[in-house]
Write a protein that binds this ligand. Structure first.
Ligand code: GUN
Length: 302
């Protein structure tokens, strides 16, 4: 068997086209566009490249995009004041503070200062609570788990009653995706098991999974013999295992490897996401979807 590839890079294009259509329609009918502010503190190269991609995507969709770059030396009080300014700005529907923040700033305090109705990352405790309640309470599902669920649905993988095993218990991926898959509704309604570093027999749990979601951050952790034949394997791992020179640009680029031994797993699974080009491209896409949703909530059309 060779697994069907779930290509996030292609699914992203479909979703962006859908968002763009909706943005155009709202602009025509209501005269407004979604507004997103990206706050970047300092010049961490990975953060700069993520934020640049977010800005480019927002602009490509016709959003109002405010790029607010701040020096590494900004104080916590100044950053909180900035967030307060955007909380009160009617033209801004989404506030994104790129993480990580410098050590002298309390990340939790900053994330908690964002108006939960503009928290398009879905990291505020109010949105974490809304996600746990589920159904119509949910406003902004966190972007990576939302992208994973979208991939599963668009690939046509059955979820109702399916055994889902989530490897990893982070606040950003493991916990929220487990919560999302267990809720009632389309693309969910699954029986969910969470496994982690203290789990006794990781392989035995993984072998039971109809849908195996791996977000452990350990390159090649999941072996092909841990995969049930025909299962759907979602690899969230983006591990930098070295560097190579890009033949076209001559620039050094990271060699990325997932948490799953892809070359062997592809022979056993029914569906699998590649790394790169699987889950990765979905995160920014879902950020855009959440920003559009925020405007729609405000307009009463969500
Ligand atoms: N840093 C790395 N990933 C993310 C993300 O999804 N959101 C924010 N705000 N910062 C990040």
């Amino acid at each position: 068997m060779t697994a069907k590839l779930i290509k996030g890079s292609e699914i992203r294009e479909q979703i962006l086209a859908e968002i763009k259509d909706e943005v155009n329609k709202i602009k025509k009918d209501k005269g407004v566009v979604p507004g997103l502010v990206t706050i970047l503190v300092g010049k961490n190269p990975a953060s700069v490249s993520y934020v640049t991609l977010k800005i480019q995507t927002a602009e490509q969709l016709g959003f109002k995009e405010v790029q607010d770059n701040q020096p590494e030396t900004i104080s916590e009080a100044e950053l909180l004041a900035l967030i307060d300014k955007y909380n009160k700005d009617d033209s801004i529907n989404g506030i994104l503070v790129q993480l990580p923040l410098p050590k002298h700033i309390n990340e939790k305090k900053v994330l908690n200062a964002i108006d939960p109705d503009k928290d398009v990352d879905g990291f505020h405790p109010v949105n974490v609570g809304r996600l746990m309640i589920g159904g119509s309470e949910v406003k902004f599902p966190p972007c990576t788990p939302a992208g994973i669920q979208e991939l599963i649905v668009r690939a046509g993988v059955p979820t109702s009653g399916a055994e889902v095993v989530v490897v990893g218990r982070s606040n950003i991926v493991g916990k929220p995706i487990a919560m999302m898959m267990v809720q009632k509704g389309q693309g969910a309604n699954s029986t969910v098991t969470m496994v982690h570093t203290a789990t006794k027999d990781l392989a035995a749990h993984c072998k039971r999974a109809d849908i195996l979601i791996v977000a452990a951050g350990v390159p090649g952790l999941v072996k092909p013999e841990w995969i049930k034949p025909g299962a759907c394997v979602i690899d969230v791992g983006v591990n930098r295992v070295g560097e190579k020179v890009n033949e076209k640009t001559g620039k050094k680029v990271a060699i990325l490897r997932g948490d799953v031994d892809f070359d062997e797993a592809v022979k056993v699974a029914g569906w699998i996401t590649p790394v790169p080009g699987g889950v990765g491209p979905m995160t920014i896409t879902m950020l855009m979807k959440n920003t559009l949703k925020s405007l729609k909530f405000k307009l009463g059309i969500a």
